[in-house]
Write a protein that binds this ligand. Structure first.
Ligand code: IPE
Ligand code: IPE
Ligand code: MG
Length: 254
């Protein structure tokens, strides 16, 4: 069955979604999926149990995005600072893309989702790279939701690399210093080609960016919830979109 509003395959139709104003759906939603460790701790489980549970939530949120016609969903999965965690936890996190995609990739293909990765892939273990490259490659012709995983992503390092690349291209005479604009910087970032996020959601009660998309979020609307990521539901997601729809975006105007 097709969704009347989006023409996409209909995944689910929770009542909350029906209440949304369909002309004001955020085009790009970014989520800092936080609170897996605390979720596990509350249950006396090891932190990795929280990551496993959190992985299952992604499925529901992808469905919800597809259902309401979001263009791009960016999920912050691993930051450049997360390498500081205990080796056992990092190892588990590095295995997650493989685990997730071994089950979900066929469904993502079937749902016309295009997988994209934003982050420094070279530094990831081979099995992680292999899993994500396969997903990117086998969905590259899909035209539906862009599911963008921020994996080994850090905004400062991204900006620094962009500045270096711009400097190099000026040096080579490929661009002129006086021609550098905001669009130039945007185009040199890893997110080049993506729209900037309209709505940023962070779970688990933390109210900080943790080095996430500092440039791209300049005019995004922020929405925070105390709900821990493994407990985050489609209803919570719709609540965030509803709150977004009540915001007045002024971009410095009146
Ligand atoms: C988010 O949950 C997942 C990653 C950062 C990979 P956390 O692991 O940060 O969970 P808390 O914040 O410790 O509860
Ligand atoms: C941000 O969460 C990174 C991801 C969700 C992948 P963290 O849990 O790493 O952030 P801090 O350490 O609380 O700022
Ligand atoms: Mg955290």
């Amino acid at each position: 069955m097709l969704n009347k509003l989006t023409g996409r395959k209909k995944m689910s139709s929770p009542e909350a979604a029906e209440e949304l104003q369909h002309e004001k759906i955020p085009s790009h939603i970014a989520i800092i999926m936080d609170g897996n460790g605390r979720w596990a701790k509350q249950r006396g489980l090891p932190r990795i149990a929280g990551h496993r549970e959190g992985m299952n939530v992604i499925r529901n949120i992808v469905k919800a995005c597809n259902n309401i016609g979001v263009d791009t969903l960016t999920l912050y999965a691993f930051s450049t600072e997360n390498w500081k965690r205990p080796k056992q936890e990092v190892d588990f996190l590095m295995r997650l893309p493989e685990r997730f995609l071994s089950v979900e990739l066929p469904k993502l293909i079937e749902e016309n989702v295009r997988v994209r990765i934003t982050g420094e892939l070279e530094k990831l273990p081979d099995y992680t790279k292999k899993a994500v490259n396969k997903a990117v490659d086998s969905t590259k012709h899909n035209s539906g939701l862009i599911l963008n995983f921020a994996l080994n992503y850090g905004s400062r390092s991204e900006l620094m690399d962009a500045f270096k690349d711009i400097y190099e291209d000026v040096d080579k005479g490929l661009i002129k210093k006086e021609d550098i604009t905001e669009t130039t910087v945007t185009d040199y970032l890893m997110t080049s080609g993506l729209k900037e996020p309209d709505l940023l959601i962070r779970t688990s009660g933390e109210m900080r960016l943790s080095n996430f998309m500092l440039w791209q979020l300049a005019y995004a609307e922020f929405w925070f919830t105390d709900v821990l990521w493994p407990d985050f539901t489609q209803d919570n997601f719709h609540e965030a979109v509803k709150a977004y729809q009540k915001r007045q975006r002024r971009y410095g105007g009146v």
